[in-house]
Write a new protein. Structure first.
Length: 78
């Protein structure tokens, strides 16, 4: 499983009039994001439950992480 070793500000993006966000080409290349890739959106909330940040994770990495974390627990229960 890939582990995030550092966090940094990578880029600033804008939301267009359709509510869409464009990830710049250099960021997509660095993250190896290709057409058709699925991204999971994880929301961070403040003490009032308002979303204050969003994290994008490649779905394949997220799925693998969930299986490796929850799979063993489910096997013990069942």
């Amino acid at each position: 499983m890939k582990v995030c070793k550092a966090t940094r500000l990578e880029t600033v993006v804008s939301v267009d009039n359709k509510g869409q966000i464009l990830l710049p080409k250099d960021l997509r290349q660095k993250a190896n994001i290709k057409t058709g890739d699925k991204l999971v959106t994880i929301a961070g909330c403040d003490e009032n439950g308002e979303i204050c940040c969003l994290i994008l994770v490649k779905a394949e990495i997220f799925e693998k992480s969930v299986k490796e974390t929850i799979g063993p627990m489910l096997r013990e229960v069942f």
